[in-house]
Design a protein around this ligand. Structure first.
Ligand code: GDP
Ligand code: IMO
Ligand code: MG
Length: 428
């Protein structure tokens, strides 16, 4: 069987949730490996429409074991709310949803610090999701973080919480002129969470190892996309985790060489939420048309997403860094009414033509070089085979394959689980 890493190939929101929900019908184990509830992974299937922030998108396949890996940061209240949402439609969670005891916990002060820092930046804010992501990963790297497994270790927890409250209070008072955090309040939250999370908390290592040993189908679900990766994204307009397959390896606990397929998920165009360079952004009627037709509003914050043409330079760069073996191109149907479609094939930077993503400050200056392709002006919505697509749509997809340098395995032609074209053996 295969171990497939599902990786965002752009700025996030490429349709990873839909892809994982679709592929999970053949998966034994689905693992979320990075980020936290900054994610909004939309799934539309016979149970309804769901925006999952934390639970693996395989949760709607009762035979799949779903794991929140050590690389994830967990807001327990969001976790419990999502558990209630999926149980309401009849999906069992106890005995098949697992929370790594090594994952770090998001506390209310992480969210508060994220909000206060964004406010302090004023006009130059990063546009984070304000879910406490950088503060919790900072604590993790600073080795003062509190992990899920600590909830079940009372004495040890009390010591950790006392130190954390003291240090965070110093920051809140000194840097942000805010109220301190009380160790007692943190401990009370921990006690409440411990009781409710207990059935899900486990050492995920044996389960994952057993799946590898037995050669089961494993899906690794990424959060965000390569352009927001902490190392290779447009720093500082990035998130605080690794969105790459290397992050999948570490964040799930799977040796890199066991990952057999790396599926880059891209949209037929580009979107971004939050600040930072986006060379193909369209601040005009065409951008608005893409936003309307694609319903491009943030799944977590409901912010209108910035929209623009497919950025072939960024996508090829992502393919090289992440080593995509296959590509999924989603939302091709959004272009059904377009007469002409543009694709960026290079950038102009200070009088030179370049074909890779430069340092962020230079990225803010690049001008995209476009190639124009004819639209197809008919519905692709019900297409289930490549041959069902009009010739112009197939030409568009072939050109994306050439530009990115990766074969297309999946094509999205609508938001529903079934709205998918499988272009290759082994994916259907
Ligand atoms: P994720 O964060 O990568 O999982 O993506 P989001 O869920 O944030 O955003 C993708 C949006 O596009 C969601 O609203 C999906 O329901 C929708 N979507 C996914 N694939 C397709 C597709 O092929 N066509 C259309 N029209 N919508 C799609
Ligand atoms: P999924 O998994 C789109 C963006 C924020 C901000 C930057 C840092 O659904 O693709 P953070 O809260 O992580 O500190 O914000 O990253 N961002 C996302 N954009 N989709 C997401 O998740 C995102 N998660 C964070 O807007 O620019
Ligand atoms: Mg999303």
């Amino acid at each position: 069987m295969t171990v497939t890493a599902v990786i965002g190939a752009q700025w996030g929101d490429e349709g990873k949730g839909k892809v994982v929900d679709t592929l999970a019908r053949h998966a034994d184990v689905v693992i979320r490996y990075n980020g936290g509830n900054n994610a909004g992974h939309t799934i539309q299937n016979q149970h309804g429409t769901f925006r999952l922030h934390l639970l693996p998108s395989g949760i709607f396949h009762p035979a799949a074991q779903c794991v929140i890996g050590p690389g994830v940061v967990v807001n327990p209240d969001v976790f419990l709310a999502e558990v209630a949402d999926v149980e309401r439609v009849g999906m069992p969670t106890v005995g098949r949803l697992w929370l790594s005891d090594r994952a770090h916990l998001i506390f209310p002060h992480h969210i508060l610090i994220d909000e206060l820092e964004e406010a302090a930046r004023g006009g130059s804010s990063h546009g984070t999701t304000k879910q406490g992501i950088w503060p919790v990963y900072s604590d993790k790297a600073g080795r003062v973080g509190i992990r899920v497994g600590d909830l079940l270790e009372e004495r040890h927890l009390a010591e950790q919480v006392a130190y954390l409250a003291e240090r965070k209070s110093a920051v809140l008072r000194g840097v942000y002129r805010n109220e301190p955090v009380e160790a007692g309040e943190l401990l009370a939250a921990c006690t409440r969470w411990a009781g409710r999370l207990r059935p899900y908390i486990t050492d995920t290592h044996p389960l994952v190892q057993e799946a590898l040993r037995a050669d089961r189908g494993v899906l690794l679900e990424g959060q965000l996309g390569v352009m927001r990766d902490l190392d290779w994204g447009l720093y500082p307009f990035v998130t605080s985790s690794t969105t790459l397959p290397g992050g999948a390896s570490a964040g799930a606990g799977i040796p890199p060489y066991r990952i057999t397929r790396v599926l880059g998920v891209a949209k037929a165009y580009t979107t971004a939420v939050g600040s930072g360079p986006m060379p193909t952004e369209l601040n005009d009627a065409t951008g608005e048309r893409i936003r309307d037709l694609g319903q491009e509003f943030g799944a977590t914050t409901r912010r209108p997403r910035r929209c623009g043409w497919f950025d072939g330079v960024a996508a090829r760069f992502a393919a090289e860094i992440a080593g995509f073996t296959h590509l999924a191109v989603m939302k091709v149907d959004v272009f059904d009414s377009f007469e002409q479609i543009r694709v960026a094939v290079a950038y102009r930077l200070d009088g030179r033509t370049i074909h890779a993503v430069p340092h962020t400050a230079a990225m803010a200056r690049v001008e995209p070089v476009y190639e124009d392709l004819p639209g197809w002006r008919c519905s692709t919505h019900g297409a289930r085979h490549l041959g069902d697509l009009p010739i112009e749509a197939r030409t568009f997809l072939r050109r994306i394959e050439e530009i990115v340098g990766v074969p297309i395995a999946l094509v999205g032609v609508g938001p529903d689980r079934e709205d998918m074209i499988y272009c290759q053996e082994g994916w259907a």
